[in-house]
Design a protein around this ligand. Structure first.
Ligand code: ADP
Ligand code: MG
Length: 254
């Protein structure tokens, strides 16, 4: 049984994600961390409550157990809504098992990263946003892609940082982080990202787009910081990706 195979993995491994072969099919077992409470976490959770800046909102201050339970609950809900997220097939307090969703966008050969796929990726976040869920930390390693006769299928994973009842700023932040991480795939052109972003725009409310425009204006005023870093450390890729993302957003929202 899938559950008993997964529970053996959970009992014999540290927290993490492990592949599981079962009756010739591939699954993934996510094993929860321990529920240690520590003082630093408690203090930072209090500080996070005071934080007036939604942009920096995070679940990172919660216990590993709370983050795991949150991810599991939200994945089940989103899958029931028919959204493109990893499907949970078995679970327990310490683990959940998902259907194999392919390979990460990072690992996909460049020739398979077509405009159709890029639009599907942006739209996947758009569908979450339509249901007022923000992913929280879009990254190439959490965008899974598989191909079949019907074409490419996108599945979003890793919802530990996700936020229910997300406001416009958190949805806009998702797009900023997505554009930033896509900067690592240098063969994807600005035009490709712009056109996919406009597809996302069609899916979300106008206030989300306006919030993204406002965020872009704020960041435009701060790009000198990223440029300063590049003077000291010309190879700093985070700074380069921030500048790239801001440039794309400026063109899109002006
Ligand atoms: N359903 C899945 N299909 C394919 N690969 C998966 C799946 N779930 C997890 N993985 C792989 O495991 C990695 C880690 O999973 P993730 O849920 O992001 O955990 P973490 O919180 O450790 O980042 C992913 O980047 C991906 O390579
Ligand atoms: Mg991950």
């Amino acid at each position: 049984m899938l559950t008993s195979d997964a529970s053996i993995i959970a009992n014999n491994n540290k927290p993490g994600v492990y592949p599981l072969k079962h009756e010739n099919a591939l699954y993934w077992v996510k094993v929860s961390g321990e529920n240690k409470s520590n003082l630093v976490r408690k203090i930072s959770a209090q500080i996070a409550k005071l934080n007036a800046f939604t942009f920096f909102q995070t679940n990172a201050t919660q216990s590993a157990y709370a983050r795991f339970a949150h991810e599991k609950t939200i994945l089940i809900k989103l899958a029931q809504l028919g959204l493109p997220v990893a499907k949970i097939l078995a679970d327990d307090e310490r683990f959940f098992v998902t259907e194999n969703a392919g390979v990460t966008l990072k690992e996909l050969p460049p020739e398979q990263i077509t405009q159709d796929l890029i639009v599907k990726i942006f739209s996947s976040y758009g569908y979450l946003h339509q249901h007022n869920v923000a992913h929280g930390r879009p990254a190439l390693r959490d965008i899974m892609v598989r191909h079949d006769d019907e074409g490419a299928h996108v599945t979003l994973i890793d919802f530990e940082e996700s936020i229910e009842n997300a406001n416009a700023q958190l949805k806009a932040r998702d797009m900023f982080l997505l554009l930033m991480d896509l900067g690592r795939l240098s063969f994807i052109t600005t035009e490709q990202k712009l056109s996919a972003l406009l597809q996302w725009k069609k899916l979300v409310d106008d206030d989300v787009w306006q919030t993204l425009a406002k965020m872009t204006r704020t960041f435009s005023k701060l790009t000198f910081l990223a440029k300063l870093v590049l003077i000291v450390k010309p190879k700093n890729s985070t700074s380069r990706h921030i500048l790239q993302a801001v440039d794309i957003l400026k063109v899109a929202t002006q």
